[in-house]
Design a protein around this ligand. Structure first.
Ligand code: F6R
Length: 244
């Protein structure tokens, strides 16, 4: 628990940078699972700073993003492709071919095979070393909304009404918020070797209390993280307020 999001984010960024440098010394790729939204922004800012000021290289980094709205054009203002470019990829030396973000432009009948391929691709790189997560007010991680099971894989999902409400700030009006998304599953996330869950602000306090201290249930998919052997949760004072 940190006084401010900035402090916790700097710590997480330093931990990721250390793992990146270790893998680089071994001449091996490191696979990062990445999130969008407000939670990881300051981690990305710190990683970009380290790239510019401390020679942190992304040349050996492979990334898989958690999710993307469906349908979504990569150039649209709300796309997660655009988000990742603006907050991280455009500012570091990552190889474009090492970046993977679920494709929001597919036809419906292409999605299932695409999702299986996304899973396989993660597998060919040896799985995710470090997964960054935020949490939604519904208890979602990725876009695994209430009702998602622990054995779920990458797939098309319907967004919860609360999640769509929360997305109005990005889309302007509810009618423009997509009803669907493509997301890694709970199983995909749980296979990551190390997970950082980030939560900043009082508005996350209630769901974080239930996720961390409540019983494990598909009604709050983030509770499945209680089964993971290496999750590190980073909260500011506001987000930690309801923990007992
Ligand atoms: C984003 C994602 C979501 C967000 C969650 C919290 O890629 O998968 O689960 O992490 O909705 O969003 P913020 O951080 O904006 O509060």
């Amino acid at each position: 628990i940190w006084p401010k999001a900035k402090d916790g984010s700097a710590h997480v960024a330093r931990s990721i940078a250390l793992a990146m440098r270790q893998k680089q010394q071994e001449n091996k790729p490191i696979v990062l699972g990445l999130a969008t939204g407000s939670s990881p922004i300051q981690v990305y800012r710190e990683l970009v700073r380290m790239h510019k000021e401390e020679d942190l290289s992304f040349a050996n980094v492979v990334t898989f993003n958690l999710d993307e709205y469906y349908p979504m054009q990569p150039g649209a203002a709300q796309s997660y492709v655009r988000f990742m470019n603006e907050h991280l990829f455009d500012h570091v030396d990552i190889k474009r071919e090492n970046i993977h973000i679920p494709d929001g432009t597919l036809d419906m009948d292409e999605v299932e095979a695409y999702c299986e391929q996304y899973e396989r691709k993660i597998g060919t790189y040896g799985g995710i070393d470090i997964q960054l997560l935020g949490i939604g007010r519904t208890g979602h991680i990725g876009f695994n909304e209430p009702g998602s099971w622990e054995d779920s894989s990458t797939r098309m999902v319907r967004l919860d009404g609360i999640t769509r409400q929360d997305a109005i700030k990005d889309f302007g009006q509810e009618a423009d918020v997509p009803y669907r998304a493509i997301t890694m599953g709970i199983k995909t996330i749980m296979k990551s070797r190390k997970i950082y869950l980030l939560g900043w602000g009082q508005h996350k306090a209630e769901i974080l209390q239930r996720a961390i201290e409540g019983e494990v249930t598909p009604n709050i998919p983030a509770t499945f993280l209680q089964h993971h052997p290496d999750v590190s949760v980073h909260l500011d004072y506001g987000a930690a307020e309801m923990l007992t």
